[in-house]
Write a protein that binds this ligand. Structure first.
Ligand code: AMP
Length: 320
């Protein structure tokens, strides 16, 4: 079983959809799990009401995208189980192991009032993985170290107290397109970028999507070519068009005479790709009773799957 996560640290953007969510929906592995990691979004300054609404929006988007509802779960719905397991795992982890995490060092660097949770959140992530008994965790390079920590802690717990946890492994995610920021194509499109001009959000109005794409940074050349290294802005537009039309970016080079024509084609393709998703998401967001039902069912399934591991671990480590 595979566990994938998305953190509600901002509105879901086109890169999330083309790079991850669409693939998750296509995989649809019945035993897999897709986790909305809202607890992880509390490790730095956050707005509680905004976080709650972003988590709800993500849930609606994942369901609207066609991910089977029985595989989706919001992390804070398991707060009791995860809180307890995190404690057990913190008693299995050394301070040095937590402080060594690159993500912690990078995010804490130069900051004052760093939340203790920024140091301990990798252990919460380990709890997410181990509670569900996930064997595989698809992660990018930045999260590999945390999955290594999950392996270390699972092995250590199993050999010290008794065999409870599946030892997970990090796997390379099956990714769709990699989408770059439209205003600054040297960086990837991200839901937490401050300047939203280069980020297409899934729930943006079509007119706004078109405006953002028309303003995308390209280059001074006038010949269309696919050269990601030297002409990233143009390559990004071709990549997005290819992802939306299920084609190869190299085959699209000759189809458009000017940058303007290419941008119009990209805008049309993105608007049409997002239209059904936006409509379904909006309908779900207008039906809070349905979202609550989905959410509760997901939480019940995840609790049922993990409860026995938590109880065994608590008992073996000396509790209950
Ligand atoms: P994050 O937004 O970092 O929580 O990522 C959630 C998922 O979306 C992960 O699987 C990322 O790899 C994927 N993702 C995020 N941004 C992009 C992007 N610009 N292009 C492709 N995939 C992305």
């Amino acid at each position: 079983m595979k566990l994938s996560g998305i953190t509600p640290s901002g509105h879901v953007q086109l890169g999330n959809y083309l790079g991850a969510i669409r693939t998750w929906a296509a995989e649809g592995g019945s035993g897999d799990m897709y986790f909305i990691s809202d607890l992880h979004a509390m490790t730095t300054t956050h707005n509680p009401a905004k976080l709650r609404s972003l988590a709800t929006e993500q849930l609606a988007i994942l369901i609207a995208a066609g991910i089977p509802e029985e595989t989706v779960c919001v992390q804070s719905d398991l707060a009791k189980e995860l809180g307890a397991l995190t404690w057990i795992l913190e008693c299995t982890c050394s301070y040095g192991e937590a402080a060594r995490m690159i993500q912690f060092k990078e995010k804490a660097d130069g900051q004052t009032g760093v939340r203790l949770s920024l140091l301990t959140y990798p252990v919460l992530m380990v709890a997410d993985i181990l509670l569900q008994g996930a064997a595989e965790v698809p992660v990018g390079e930045d999260q590999r170290q945390h999955v290594e920590l999950a392996r270390t802690l699972a092995r250590r717990f199993n050999s010290t107290y008794g065999d409870v946890f599946t030892v997970p492994k990090a796997v390379t995610p099956v990714t769709g397109a990699r989408v770059r920021d439209l205003s600054d194509p040297t960086r990837k499109m991200s839901k937490s970028t401050r300047d939203a001009a280069g980020v297409v959000f899934l729930l943006d109005e079509p007119d706004l999507v078109r405006r953002k794409i028309r303003r995308a940074v390209t280059d001074g050349d006038s010949v269309i070519a696919y050269e990601p290294e030297t002409r990233p802005g143009l390559a990004n537009l071709l990549d997005i068009l290819a992802a939306c039309t299920d084609s190869d970016p190299r085959d699209l080079v000759d189809a458009h005479a000017t940058y303007g024509a290419l941008k119009e084609a990209v805008a049309d393709a993105v608007v049409e790709t997002l239209r059904p998703l936006r409509e379904k998401t909006t309908a779900l967001l207008e039906d809070p009773a349905e979202l609550t039902r989905v959410r509760k069912a997901g939480a019940a399934r995840a609790t049922e799957r993990g409860e026995h591991r938590l109880q065994s671990a608590l008992r073996l480590i000396g509790g209950c």
